[in-house]
Design a binder for this molecule. Structure first.
Ligand code: NAD
Length: 500
């Protein structure tokens, strides 16, 4: 608790911000209580949205490159406080040190991207069919952007959304995961430091409100929230999507994944083993892009599975704060129970399991560590098609590439996918229209660890949203098509006559 207090104070939070509230926070590392924050009510959310709307009305007329300057200053604060915020991510979400640091680096990277973008919010000019006319497209600020985030990327996902939303001229309201409110408060405090160094930003441009699903629901139902960007389980997306659609709001959904790697006979198996192990077991299997399935050609299946199993058994499990450990804890007991339930179902469905037991119960009786599990499956049964947010890797066998691609695409989710092959034809087929159906498809790298420069997101039950790089910024703006007549006549489109 003392370390948490020092960290939070250094990031700009007073003690009252993280003590005395009703939302208890526990570290997944050892189960210790590390804070108690204030929970917002539905009324608090509605009031915050109203304040954000006022902020939007002022912010939308600030020139975009000037808005970029605020994001640049925020990126500076993140650079200055990277180590402290990363440590807090490890303490609250259980990520190993390099992954906590990687998460904050991703925030810095998206700030840099957004600063450049603030001078590139380009529209098109379009040839008009009428003489003396000009057509063009403008991208204009949208309104209040509501951000709902998951525990496993407690701060980076917010940054992907808010850095773009802010340069696009919007105000943001954030409902973080109820499991990671401290990192959210600390991030907001860093944003406030940047705001204090910036002249001309309205109050309440970015706000955070902690609490559970009910606080998120109040945001979702509020017609002043022009865009709801929600990251989490498919279950959550099923609740949020229809509600936003019912009020004709805009929704950006980033939901569950069930990602596969295909390993072909020509693959470099050293690369494949590295990519599969990090993808399956890094972050204790708690990434939306985690590798849950590996689909291996029959000719190399037994050899590769044996190598994976041997390497799996050597992965160091333990406190994410200690150097050398690669696998930290699951977020809570519910996650461990879900893992055990999935393994029991896999066994019933013909799976042969290595690992998957509870680990370190003697050292951390209040925390939930598990040995990574490898499950040899006879077929892609029901349990394999379900996303269990834990370190479980299912292995499957294939004979032809068409079969492998069919297996890869057979699940309801469509986030990330990869093939390891040195055969150009196989690689191109996998990336083609008849290949992977996912939002992310890779060759000779794994499914997890996307860069911010590309658009991130997936198809089917993953929700269809795209965030981060490429042209994902357009989701945070409204498009206006303008036709300007400088001719002195009023010709009608399509040659229509209306003479009177
Ligand atoms: P979760 O769905 O339990 O919670 C996510 C967020 O949604 C939380 O803030 C929660 O309070 C809120 N929420 C839940 N029900 C809601 C409702 N009815 N209305 C409004 N808000 C509601 O997810 P989690 O356990 O925190 O995170 C793990 C899940 O997130 C996994 O399925 C993972 O794949 C997914 N995820 C997806 C991405 C992506 O980019 N596709 C990224 C990270 C995590």
């Amino acid at each position: 608790m003392n370390e948490i207090k020092t960290l939070l104070n250094s990031l700009g939070l007073a003690d009252s911000a993280f003590t005395g509230g009703t939302l208890a926070v526990r570290s997944p590392i050892d189960g210790a209580a590390i804070g108690a924050v204030t929970e917002a009510s539905a009324d608090d959310m509605r009031a915050a949205v109203a304040r954000a709307h006022s902020a939007f009305l002022a912010w939308r007329v600030v020139p975009a490159p000037r808005r970029g300057e605020l994001v640049r200053l925020f990126g500076e604060e993140l650079r200055l406080h990277k180590a402290a915020l990363a440590r807090l991510v490890s303490l609250e979400a259980g990520k190993v040190t390099s992954e906590g640091e990687g998460e904050v680096q991703e925030m810095i990277d998206i700030c840099d991207f957004a600063v450049g973008l603030s001078r590139q919010l380009h529209g098109l000019t379009i040839a008009s069919e009428r003489p003396g006319h000009r057509m063009m497209e403008q991208w204009l600020p949208l309104g209040v952007v509501g951000i709902i985030s998951a525990f496993n990327f407690p701060v980076a996902v917010w940054a992907w959304n808010s850095a773009l939303a802010l340069v696009c001229g919007n105000a943001c309201v954030w409902k973080p995961s109820e499991k990671t409110p401290l990192t959210a408060l600390a991030t907001q405090a860093l944003f406030d430091k940047a705001l204090a160094r910036f002249e001309g930003a309205p109050a309440h441009l970015s706000q955070v409100l902690n609490g559970g699903a009910a606080v998120g629901e109040a945001m979702v139902d509020d017609s002043h929230v022009a865009l709801v960007s929600a990251t989490g389980s498919t279950r959550m997306g099923r609740a949020v999507g229809p509600k936003v659609a019912a009020r004709f709001g805009r929704c950006l959904l980033e939901l569950g994944g069930n990602n596969a790697i295909i390993v072909s006979p020509s693959a470099d198996l050293d690369l494949a083993v590295r990519g599969i192990l990090f993808g399956a077991y890094g972050t204790a299997g708690q990434r939306c892009t985690t590798t849950r399935r590996v689909i291996i050609h029959a000719s190399i299946h037994d050899e590769l599975v044996a190598r994976l199993d041997r390497a799996r058994a050597t992965l160091a499990i333990g406190s994410p704060l200690e150097a050398g450990n690669l696998i930290g804890p699951l977020i809570d007991q519910a996650a461990f129970d879900a893992m055990q339930k999935a393994l029991a179902q896999a066994r019933e469905q013909g799976g042969v399991i290595s690992g998957g037991e509870r680990a370190l119960a003697d050292v951390y009786p209040q925390a939930w560590y598990a040995t990574p599990a490898l499950v040899r499956m006879p077929a892609q049964t029901a349990v394999v098609k379900h996303e269990t947010f834990a370190p479980i890797l299912y292995t499957l066998k294939y004979e032809t590439l068409d079969q492998a691609i069919a297996l890869q695409n057979e699940v309801p989710q469509g986030l990330s996918s990869a093939i390891f092959t040195n055969d150009l034809r196989e690689a191109e087929l996998f990336l083609s229209a008849s290949g992977s159906d996912c939002g992310i498809a890779n060759v000779n790298i794994g499914t997890s660890g996307a860069e911010i420069g590309g658009a991130f997101g997936g198809e089917k039950e993953t929700g269809g949203g795209r965030e981060s790089g490429s042209d994902a910024w357009r989701a945070y703006m409204r498009r206006a098509t303008n036709t300007i007549n400088y001719s002195g006549a009023l010709p009608l489109a399509q040659g229509v006559k209306f003479d009177f």
